[in-house]
Design a protein around this ligand. Structure first.
Ligand code: AMP
Length: 213
């Protein structure tokens, strides 16, 4: 399947994407993960992106589009893809539309995960991430067995630099200003599916029904 997952930071896009990849081999493409890997590797892209990311601001559209123009042409995308955290602005959505036309592809749907702001704030401030393998934990609902150590790979599990209360509050403001308008954009295109995202399993079931799986 080929989907865009829309939703505020912490709405569960990554979790839903991971569940969907197991269904039909579609790949999860998270621009946030790609950027974090670039920062960790110290590449040019990482150097250009880091300050924006730490502040909870968006990375410039041009950098993101350069990543996605290459990424969507890779072989593993033939099985389908779940775009997680992209597009994030109207110009990105417009350029994605052109890119998809160029490569002759059509999305199945744009799924918007709707979660109340207080739930999101609580989720994000308690979220912890393994810096080695990217596994996600939560200090309240899903803690690591040993504090600060990943159950899967033993790597360090930390609070992301952009998950301090200040950065989160900025990320949510940026979301409301720059990304929330995408729902209207895709509604006009007749592609929007809104789902109340109380549980990831319920979201996955709704998507399966929509795409006929
Ligand atoms: P995420 O993990 O999706 O919340 O992304 C983490 C950070 O990476 C964001 O706060 C932005 O700084 C940056 N980022 C990720 N995806 C995009 C995008 N599509 N456009 C601009 N910035 C992005």
């Amino acid at each position: 399947m080929k989907l865009i997952l829309l939703g505020a930071p912490g709405a569960g896009k990554g979790t839903v994407a991971k569940l969907l990849t197991a269904i039909d081999g579609s790949v999860q493409i998270s621009t946030g993960d790609i950027l974090r890997a670039a920062v960790k590797a110290g590449s040019d892209l990482g150097k250009q992106a880091k300050a924006f990311m730490d502040a909870g601001d968006l990375v410039p559209d041009e950098l993101i589009m350069n990543i996605m123009k290459d990424r969507l042409r890779e072989d593993d995308c033939k099985a389908g893809y779940l775009l997680d955290g992209f597009p994030r602005t109207i110009p990105q959505a417009e350029q994605l539309k052109v890119l998809l036309e160029e490569i002759g592809e059509k999305l199945d749907a744009v799924v918007s995960l709707e979660v109340p702001r207080d739930v999101i704030l609580d989720r994000l401030t308690t979220r912890r991430t393994c810096t080695d393998c990217g596994a996600i934990y939560n200090v309240k609902s899903n803690p690591t067995k040993e504090e600060g150590k990943c159950d899967k790979c033993g790597g360090p599990v930390v609070q992301r630099d952009d998950e301090t209360e200040e950065a989160i509050s900025n990320r949510l403001d940026v979301y409301n200003e720059k990304t929330a308008p995408l729902a209207g954009f895709y509604k006009n295109e007749g592609m929007l599916m809104e789902v109340v995202a109380t549980s990831s399993d319920a979201v996955v079931d709704a998507i399966k029904e929509k795409v006929g799986l």
